[in-house]
Design a protein around this ligand. Structure first.
Ligand SMILES: C[S@@+](CC[C@H](N)C(=O)[O-])C[C@H]1O[C@@H](n2cnc3c(N)ncnc32)[C@H](O)[C@@H]1O
Length: 218
């Protein structure tokens, strides 16, 4: 079966930070060393949203932070996102503010377009149950266009919401229990090639694919 990545659907990117702090008590002077590698997530945010002149409106990023007692998720929505600059420090400062907001299981707004709540990966997958889930992993099915044969299915149209959600790990990849949840949820495992890339670079490639003509892949 061949799938079509349509360029009009909402793009959701989920990045799981297994050690990422859930408190604002980290130093902007040493983000990698004091925040459980929140720097990886900051770069993912930049790659997801930042254009040469502007912010992508059709993108939503979920950062799953698992490096605390209670998991938290930060949501950034392109439609209303403000104050995002291309540099890592500004993004980390926005996340720091979000982590200072008292979090409950309901989304609470921090700054424009940035929301926070308690809850981790299972809760998020449940929220995105109507989206087509695409789990990016080095040994998945090759994403490159391979055919335009018949029997194709529109990737965006195939989900009731027309949304796509791309799931990426951090420097530790994804845990077996998370992969089991993804499998149960029907996620497709897709590769950008055998070389292990940084998560933010993967996001740039996905945005590029979706910006260009619809792409076929198996
Ligand atoms: C730095 S990589 C993880 C590296 C490695 N898997 C590990 O165990 O440390 C971060 C994430 O980017 C995504 N990724 C990296 N390279 C990829 C590729 N070639 N194809 C698809 N996804 C990739 C995966 O989701 C991965 O979990």
């Amino acid at each position: 079966m061949y799938l079509l990545l349509a360029s009009t659907a909402m793009r959701n990117f989920i990045v799981v930070g297994h050690k990422a702090t859930t408190t604002p008590n980290f130093s902007l002077e040493d983000i990698p060393g004091t925040s459980g590698r929140l720097d990886i997530l900051c770069r993912a945010v930049t790659s997801a949203f930042v254009l040469s002149h502007g912010i992508r409106k059709d993108v939503c990023v979920y950062l799953v932070l698992l490096g605390g007692e209670t998991a938290k998720t930060i949501q950034l929505r392109g439609e209303t996102l403000r104050h995002l600059n291309p540099d890592e420090r500004t993004t980390a400062a926005l996340l720091k503010k979000a982590l200072a907001v008292p979090a409950t299981p309901q989304w609470a707004m921090s700054t424009s377009g940035i929301f926070v709540r308690t809850g981790g990966f299972p809760e998020l997958l449940s929220d995105l149950k109507d989206a087509r889930l695409i789990y990016l992993r080095e040994d998945g099915t090759d994403i490159r266009p391979i055919s335009k044969e018949s029997g194709k299915e529109c990737m965006a149209c195939a989900s009731p919401s027309g949304e796509m959600a791309f799931i990426l790990g951090d420097h530790t990849g994804m845990m077996p229990e998370e992969e089991a949840l993804l499998e149960q949820a029907g996620a497709r495992v897709v590769s950008l090639g055998p070389v292990s890339l940084h998560a933010d670079h993967c996001i740039v490639l996905i945005n590029w694919l979706l910006d260009t003509d619809p792409v076929m892949f198996e």
